[in-house]
Structure formats: structure tokens, C-alpha cells
Ligand binder design. Structure first.
Ligand code: PLP
Length: 368
């Protein structure tokens, strides 16, 4: 592995391949795989991930917004791409780049249908999102008949898939609620199948759903965090490999006397002679101030160095009194032995948030 000479996010495509194959191995052969690469592929590197996933055979890619899909098309990726939350002001671009919208409300469906008529589209693939209890986006069960009717009268659009989203697939305490969501989705599916002259794909599982509700894999699954190497549960994590490692180096070392302070507002005061290291990474890089003041730490030569004082915009300081190390040495922030899930938990957040916060100015290095 290359040694860091600045702050870098190292991304392993072989770890990605391992995760993809593991997730796929849990599915029935004919079940399709939608690789979710929204938000720069969870803060990693969207182009290299999308390319690799397409090469591995992912049936679909998914992004949140139209501009994210356009970026993939401009990079030459021709795998079908679904846009979870397209905004009507971008419908024209969406069509120009052959992206497939998620339609989730009557307003939204009518607006897209109008665009489709104006542009003279024929059987353009769209996806219908159903609300089964998340109460975020989606049609309700009692709207299915009118949706079906609209599509049966439309030459412009065709339903490629009908889907829903689980609100708590990683939480066993909400098992009953999740099973109700799945049950409702079954009912919805029957209505669509009875009403349409063709059969769209049905899907409801995200990563934790794949692990915890395999009986509901339907025709396709949608996985994002699992591809990143996280299963939202230590017993699932062991089968996955985090693809991203956030590393930096020691910029400078200071020897402090008792009573000396560190950083803004003197938030840390040495209660003993203390050795500190300054690292070139701060809250503008995605390590927020909440991680400061000993809440969290980094690893240097495998040893834990707590973050001391307030995290600055571009730097943070750690206590290395007990760690033999020198300026220029490598520091691991996210990576063995501190996966993103573990670091995030220290400030009561989740791997998703920590990973997607890693700023674009951090150099991405693709390995394997
Ligand atoms: C983000 C997202 C996913 C992926 O969820 P993971 O937990 O990362 O696997 C799937 N479906 C929808 C609708 C999403 O917004």
C-alpha cells in the first residue's frame, strides 16, 4: 500500500469487487442489482466506482439528482441509471442523457408526462415510488389504480419498475413494522401486475434489507453502503471490506510543558509534559468539530492518538505522548483498526454521514 504524503482517501476497487460479489451471493440468480452511487458514491470516487460496478455486471446504477447522472454519462458510462429525486427543472437534461426518473407523486408524474409529450418520447422508462411507511416520497396504495390508468393511456412512458424503501431495515426492534411495509408492497405489486399489460420490476431492499429480509428480494435490490463495505451491523460487517481509507501525515510535532495550551480558545491544556502532532486535515475536509476535544482519535503506527482541543478548518492536533513517531509519519483516520462506522459512532452519527462529508479537496487515490 502506498504511504501517504498528504491527506488522501485511498479507494480499493478489489474491496469493492469483494463486497459486490458477497452481496450478489446472497441473492437468487435472477435478481437484479442496482448499485447506489449517489453523493459521489458515498463520498468515494463516483466515476471509478460506477465503471467498476458496470464492469462487474451491475444491472442499474442509482443517483439522487440529475446532475449526478449526467456526470456518469459524460464519463461514458452507459449502464441504465435511475435518478431517485429528479427536480422538474432538470427533466430536459435527464431525458437528453437517457436517465430514468423516479416519479413519486401525481404532481411529479403529470409534470414528467407533459415533458414526455412535448419531447415526443416513446415508452420512456420511468420508476414509480410507493410509500409503504417511510413517509418521505411515494404514492399511496389507493393511487395505484389511477397511476395504472394513466400509464395504460400513455404511449410516451413505460413503468420500468415499481419500488419502495424500508424505514428501519437494520433495526430488529422494528421488525414488525418492516414486515408490514413488505406486506403492503406485495399488495401494491399485485395491483400493478393486474392492471398493466406488461410486468415491471419490483424492489424494496437496501443493503440491510438484503441481509435481514432476503424473502423480500423481489426482482432487484438497491445497495449503497454495502458496496462501501458496511453492513450497519458488526455481524454483517465481517463479510465486507471497507473500500475507503482516509490517511494523512504528521506535519509538525510540538513538545509542551505542563500548562501549555493547544489551538483555538486554548481548549486543551496540558496537565503533564505532552507531545502533540499537527495533522493537515480539519473540519473543511470532513472531520467536524464534534470529533475534537478527545471525543475521537486517529491511529499512528497502530496506536490510538486522541484529538485534542478544537478541530480547525484545515488542521487538527492529536496527543502522541505515548507514541514513538516523527514528522512525516503516516496517520490513519478511517481504516483499520478504525472503520468509518466506529469513528462515526463516537459522535452519535453513522458511516453514511461521515463518508459523504469527506471533502472534494481530499485527493482520491484508486488502488488495485
Ligand atoms: C440511498 C438509498 C438506497 C441505498 O441504501 P443503503 O442503505 O446505502 O444500501 C436505496 N434506496 C433508496 C431509495 C435510497 O435513497
Amino acid at each position: 500500500m502506498p504511504t501517504a504524503q498528504e491527506t488522501i482517501l485511498e479507494i480499493s476497487l478489489s474491496a469493492l469487487e469483494h463486497n459486490y460479489r458477497h452481496l450478489r451471493s446472497r441473492l437468487d440468480k435472477q435478481v437484479k442489482f442496482m448499485a447506489v452511487v449517489k453523493a459521489s458514491a458515498y463520498g468515494s470516487d463516483v466515476i471509478s466506482l460506477a465503471r467498476k460496478l458496470s464492469d462487474l455486471g451491475a444491472d442499474y446504477l442509482a443517483v439522487a439528482y440529475t446532475c449526478e447522472g449526467v456526470q456518469l454519462r459524460k464519463a461514458g458510462i452507459d449502464t441504465p441509471i435511475m435518478v431517485f429525486h429528479p427536480q422538474s427543472t432538470h427533466y430536459h437534461k435527464l431525458i437528453e442523457f437517457s436517465l430514468e426518473p423516479n416519479l413519486y407523486s401525481s404532481y411529479n408524474l403529470k409534470a414528467f408526462m407533459e415533458t414526455a409529450q412535448n419531447e415526443g418520447l416513446r415508452e420512456y422508462p420511468v420508476h414509480i415510488k410507493m410509500n409503504t411507511g417511510m413517509n418521505r416520497l411515494g404514492f399511496s396504495l389507493d393511487q395505484v389504480d389511477s397511476i395504472v390508468q394513466l400509464f395504460n393511456q400513455s404511449k410516451e412512458l413505460k413503468i420500468a419498475s415499481v419500488f419502495s424503501h424500508l424505514a428501519a431495515s437494520e433495526d430488529w426492534r422494528e421488525r414488525e413494522f418492516t414486515l408490514e411495509q413488505i406486506h403492503l408492497f406485495h399488495k401494491i405489486g399485485i395491483k400493478f401486475i393486474q392492471g398493466l399489460p406488461y410486468r415491471p420490476l419490483f424492489h424494496i431492499l437496501n443493503t440491510s434489507g438484503i441481509f435481514n429480509y432476503p424473502e423480500a428480494m423481489f426482482d432487484m435490490v438497491r445497495s449503497g453502503i454495502g458496496l462501501q463495505g458496511y453492513g450497519n451491523d458488526p455481524t454483517r460487517d465481517i463479510n465486507l471490506r471497507p473500500i475507503a481509507t482516509l490517511k494523512t501525515i504528521i506535519s509538525q510535532i510540538h513538545e509542551l510543558d505542563t500548562g501549555a495550551s493547544v489551538g483555538y480558545n486554548r481548549a486543551f491544556k496540558a496537565s503533564r509534559p505532552t507531545r502533540t502532532a499537527t495533522l493537515p486535515i480539519g473540519y473543511a475536509d470532513g472531520i467536524g468539530r464534534e470529533y475534537g476535544n478527545q471525543k475521537a482519535g486517529v491511529f499512528i503506527h497502530g496506536k490510538y492518538a486522541p484529538i485534542i482541543g478544537n478541530i480547525c478548518m484545515d488542521m487538527l492536533m492529536v496527543d502522541i505522548t505515548e507514541i514513538p513517531c516523527k514528522e512525516g509519519d503516516e496517520v490513519v483516520i478511517i481504516g483499520e483498526p478504525q472503520p468509518a462506522s466506529k469513528l462515526a459512532a463516537k459522535v452519535n452519527t453513522i458511516s453514511y454521514e461521515l463518508l459523504t462529508q469527506i471533502a472534494s479537496r481530499v485527493t482520491r487515490i484508486i488502488i488495485d
